[in-house]
Ligand binder design. Sequence first.
Ligand SMILES: [Zn+2]
Length: 345
Amino acid sequence: MVSPDRDFDFLESVSRPGLSIETWIPNVQERIDEEAAEMTRVRPNAGFNYDEYHTYDEINAWMDDFVSQNSKVTKIKVSKTYEGVTVYGLQFKKNFAAKKIAYIEGGIHAREWVSPATMMYMAKFFAEDYDTDSTVKSMLDNFVWIIVPVLNIDGYKYTQTDRMWRKNRHTVGTCKGVDLNRNFDHMWKKRNFCDDTYPGTEALSEPETSGVNDFLLPQKNNLVLFIDFHAYGQLWLHPWGHTGSVIWNPDRTEQRRVADITEAAINANGKPYDVGESGPDMYPASGASEDYGYGSLGVVYSYVVELRDTGRYGFLLPTSLINPTAEEIYAGMKALGTELVKKYA
Ligand SMILES: [Zn+2]
């Protein structure tokens, strides 16, 4: 992304013989303005539209409606934000006797809007298909599912005025914001205040992440799944993430096997995703969620997922692609859920 006044210099500096340059988004601000107009336009009162991006207030109201319309689904407190907002998750407890927990979360990074949108779709699909789809029924009967649509609520709200914001809204030192996905307590590492990946003063310094830890740690022995959904890149990644080198872990083969099965289902129902080891195959990141899920909580099936796309629209994924993204991920989750049932039920 290049500002208009640097346009000429940029093109000159990247021009090489034999290299062709293609502009994907000619005016990023224009796209952001269009998206904002879509989001704030007064909507006809015809129920919740899953194929749009929503403000946090709308998402919160949707959760209330959702639990009132679906039996054995409750809204539970998972964490809180720096600005004091309660982070809720939807808990599906279809079978009263189910003890084991599958936890999935979206919206840890503010600008990755397709992540909360996909989480809401997932809840909708689960609720709609429970009675008719035997795979979904067995997933929901054997496990308690917790779906957190937006973890970084302060950041998500702020992206309505600053669309490319990533972190939470905590001012530390001279800069604003902590990258919550560098703030977990496995292999946490220091960085500069102003970095976009500033990890906080210490591991779990932020209410969002420490709240998640207070919520999950006491029930870690019941946890069978931990997934943190991001965008973009179309990646399904397993631990470790804190290093670029491949480090042996006893569950690596199994993590990869189930990721491959999941990806095959995604690919068959949509786009291909790359399966890999987070650090070596994407980039190293310390204090990140997938390492927390595996390293601190001991969940074998701990993944970080990068949803669509691969860069054509990036964070500004058009609303027309929310449904295809959610559909393919749902297919993947069913394949993964089948493996969880085989292993833990
Ligand atoms: Zn992210």
